[in-house]
Design a protein around this ligand. Sequence first.
Ligand code: FAD
Length: 485
Amino acid sequence: DKSLVWFRRDLRVLDHAALYQALAGSRQVFCVFVFDKDILNLLPRQDRRVEFIHACATELDVELRKFGGGLIVRHASAAQEIPALAAALGVNAVFANRDYEPQAIERDLAVATRLKADGRAFVDFKDQVIFEKDEVTSQSGKPYSVFTPYKNAWLKKLALLADSGSDSPLHSYFIDSFGARLAPCGAAAMPSLSELGFEKTNLESLHIPTGISGARKLLDDFLSRIDAYDVTRDYPSLKGPSYLSTHLRFGTISIRYLVKFAYDIVRMKNSPGASVWLSELIWRDFYFMILHAHPYVAERAFKPAYDQICWESGAAAEKLFAAWCEGKTGYPLVDAAMAQLNTTGYMHNRLRMIAACFLIKDLGIDWRWGERYFSEKLNDFDMAANNGGWQWAASSGCDAQPYFRIFNPVTQSIKFDPEGKFIRRYLPQLGKLSNKTIHAPWLAPSSELRAAGIELGNDYPAPLVLHEAARERTLARYAVVKAAS
Ligand code: FAD
């Protein structure tokens, strides 16, 4: 009747399925977070996410202490440390919330096997999603492969269950009545960032609120804007979205709480903003479901025919890719987007779509290269959403989008950043160009460029490719898909 709760991507106390279940069923509950060497050793020594997690774990410890408990913190290989700690504490079971990434599933299986060999249980719970892969399926019981029918079935199921008390997928887990069962854990022993082998990044100067309190702050702020979300979310220069993705990634706020929040607004009043935002949260569940049901997508195209595509390769491709990574493509909105990613670890959703499409369909680079770069840079990197987003952009994913839809980076720029406000924020060297020419400086009259103090190729790159010609190459490249299907 002693148990250990293993916190992973769920760094909160309130509405935490595993913590609640452990407290409900055990006399004494220990809590642990492992800075997992199997993951951390692969990262660069400066990584905003490690700093973010560090701040969140510190706050989690404070919150657990309010209930008389505390967080045991380890810097080790989690797969080895968890069974060892469970044995040292003499617990009967380890409780955790389920993770759907292939490597995490493998790790959890290894941990469960070792625990079992010692006569201990590994008990896991749904917590990260509203519905797991087998809960929303087509009539034939198969996972959906297109979003809209999935979303309709998801909403139907939610409507059916939302008011069913403790069976509701939106039911929250309150621990107040059990708090006293948390095992005290002595003085705080949080290793410093440098003890973990990491250096400080610019996270502090970005004023990204961290921890449970940070998530709450962002949600409160978004509350005043949610009704306009359906319109504002598309313009990167506006404060449109919630900026909660990193918090959802590390679980400082529960998805149940957010869905309930949006769902209640939708039910209470006509709010297109809340209903579109709810839809984005359903995309999140959708991509978790896709990755869980089809783990091969982590390496290959969801639609196998797209694996036939022959991408650019060799030194020329490396050069194009490096220019894209550095935000030196010569297309201002793409470059501003990459500058946002490189300097803050965030990129606006519209820009993720534009930058990804540009890499794949203007530069002819394998979507997996971009996916990897985003995975290294995004604060909110999540394998399921990132892979889904990249496969969407490559048209190889589970969307109904036809393969020949190719974003035009200039028209997208004119449409979604009409006054070039976002571009000017990240590319101040283009600041003096007019609203008309800022989207494609190579088309600006030379007198305007001179007056703006810009020499193309020197102060700002000439375009790497011309979109029309690139578009033709892409149509030819993608022709193998048509031939194969
Ligand atoms: P909001 O607009 O406020 O949306 C609320 C929440 O809904 C987000 O926090 C996120 O959890 C979820 N969400 C929104 N859009 C999507 C989507 N298309 N797919 C899945 N979930 C969504 N999102 C990530 O969380 N991690 C990633 O690694 C990631 N990589 C992406 C890569 C590409 C190429 C693309 C096109 C999209 C990617 N997204 C990713 C989805 C989306 O861009 C981000 O979730 C969003 O920009 C985060 O900002 P926000 O929290 O302000 O979003």
